[in-house]
Design a protein around this ligand. Structure first.
Ligand code: AP5
Ligand code: MG
Length: 217
């Protein structure tokens, strides 16, 4: 299955992507994680992306589209994938349709995680991520057993540079301006299904998987 997760910053895309991708046995491709890995390694792509990420802006479409095109050409994505954080502009969505058409295929479904703004701010401000395995935690809603340490791999947890309130507010503005139009874009293609992404993580996963089942996933 070829699936896209869309939703505002902090909606739970990364959290759900992990479970849904495992359920579908497809790779999870998170553009935010790829950019952060490049920032951490100090690559030219990372240096370029960092200035945009730190201020809550989107990395330019040409850069992001090239990166995703290369990632989708890897063998593990040949039979399906779950995209987390891409596309997030209409030009990116148009480019994705074209990339897939060139490969003789198309997207199956776009899952929208619906959460209000107050909740996403609570989620983002308490988020912690593992430097080792990338697992996402929350200090209140999903805390690890020992503060600052990942239960899964023992790695150190950190707070993302863009998880400061002033940057979060900018990311939410950018979402409304550049990414929310995708709801109409994919709605028009008949590929959009929205789910309530509030409540416990496990309940949201069940709703996501139920939605996929009704579309053959
Ligand atoms: P990216 O990393 O994609 O950030 P984002 O879209 O802002 O989304 P987040 O990762 O903040 O939220 P999420 O929905 O994944 O939530 P999570 O599961 O972590 O992008 C970062 C930056 O990279 C962008 O600003 C941009 O600069 C650049 N970029 C990336 N892609 C790009 C693109 N395509 N084009 C251009 N630029 C791009 O959950 C949040 C918290 O909530 C966690 O602590 C979690 O534990 C908790 N939580 C999750 N579910 C629940 C629940 N049900 N109940 C309670 N808590 C929950
Ligand atoms: Mg994420």
């Amino acid at each position: 299955m070829r699936l896209v997760l869309v939703g505002p910053p902090g909606a739970g895309k990364g959290t759900q992507a992990e479970f849904v991708a495992a359920h579908l046995a497809v790779p999870k491709i998170s553009t935010g994680d790829i950019f952060r890995a490049n920032v951490g390694q100090g690559t030219p792509l990372g240096r370029q992306a960092k200035q945009y990420m730190d201020s809550g802006q989107l990395v330019p479409d040409e850069v992001t589209i090239t990166m995703v095109r290369e990632r989708l050409a890897e063998p593990d994505a040949a039979d399906g994938f779950l995209l987390d954080g891409f596309p997030r502009t209409v030009p990116q969505a148009v480019a994705l349709d074209k990339m897939l058409a060139d490969l003789g295929t198309q997207l199956d479904l776009v899952l929208e995680l619906v959460v209000d703004e107050d909740e996403v701010i609570r989620r983002i401000t308490g988020r912690r991520q593992c430097r080792g395995c990338g697992k996402i935690w929350h200090v209140e809603f999903d805390p690890p057993m020992h503060e600052g340490v990942c239960d899964r791999c023992g790695g150190q947890l950190y707070q993302r540079d863009d998880d400061r309130l002033e940057v979060i507010e900018e990311r939410l503005r950018v979402y409304q301006r550049d990414t929310a139009p995708l709801v109409d874009f994919y709605g028009g293609q008949g590929k959009l299904v929205g789910i309530d992404a509030t409540g416990p993580v496990e309940d949201v996963t069940v709703r996501a998987i139920d939605a996929l089942r009704s579309y053959g996933g």
